[in-house]
Design a binder for this molecule. Structure first.
Ligand code: TMP
Length: 209
């Protein structure tokens, strides 16, 4: 079983990923939690490059291919082996982030990016994608506070993008989710951690998945 979390900066993905992991473990399942970018050895180096403020000169095409390289390595070395062993795999971001950020956000063609994702993932798609949706202003405020608290001040390249960019990303997620209704569930991420997790659990039990 393969589940991915998606959403704008500061939507609370990482907290909910860990809650869902604990929930599955309480049901006796073996769970692997991973993330993009940065889930593999190569990915850790790529993450530093991709999120650093020093990379503000990256072209959108170079950025795209670095994310795809991260994904190809991640799928091959981490995700596929865990799925083959029957584990539940939960990834904090995956292929939809490329369609939405590099496509709807940066202006590349979402359908072409989808084809690139087919190559990078070798056709491994999530059974379920949980989109945590919330207004950009709330998300960015949370993201900046978190980066300061965790001293991840070297990971601010996307937070530094314009409000317009983040609004395109939020809208892009909603559009892409509507085009992929078979595997997306949309959760209102404005509430407390507990409220959001309750919604996720309810939607999980409602979904045919
Ligand atoms: P995060 O791990 O804190 O969510 O940050 C990852 C950042 O990278 C986030 O701003 C979204 C961006 N991103 C893309 O632009 N394209 C991608 O394919 C992925 C996986 C992430």
């Amino acid at each position: 079983m393969f589940i991915t979390f998606e959403g704008i900066e500061g939507c609370g993905k990482t907290t909910q990923v860990n809650r869902l992991k604990e929930y599955f473990e309480s049901l006796g399942k073996e769970v692997l939690v991973t993330l993009e970018p940065g889930g593999s050895r190569l990915g850790k180096t790529l993450r530093k490059i991709l999120l650093s403020m020093e990379s503000q000169d990256l072209t959108r095409e170079a950025e795209l291919f670095l994310y795809l390289a991260d994904r190809a390595q991640h799928v091959d070395q981490i995700i596929r082996p865990a799925l083959e062993q029957g584990q539940v795999v939960i990834s904090d971001r995956y292929a939809d982030s490329t369609v939405v950020y590099q496509g709807y956000g940066r202006g590349l063609d979402p359908q072409i990016l989808h084809s690139f994702n087919e190559i990078a993932t070798r056709g491994i798609w999530p059974d379920l994608t949980i989109l945590l949706d919330l207004p950009v202003e709330i998300g960015l405020k949370r993201a900046v506070t978190r980066n300061l608290q965790t001293k991840q001040t070297d990971e601010g390249r996307f937070e530094a993008e314009s409000i317009d960019f983040h609004n395109r990303v939020r809208e892009g997620y909603l559009t892409w989710a509507a085009l992929n209704k078979n595997r997306f569930i949309i959760v209102d991420a404005t509430g407390s951690v507990d409220e959001i997790f309750e919604q996720i659990k309810n939607k999980l039990s409602d979904s045919t998945f």
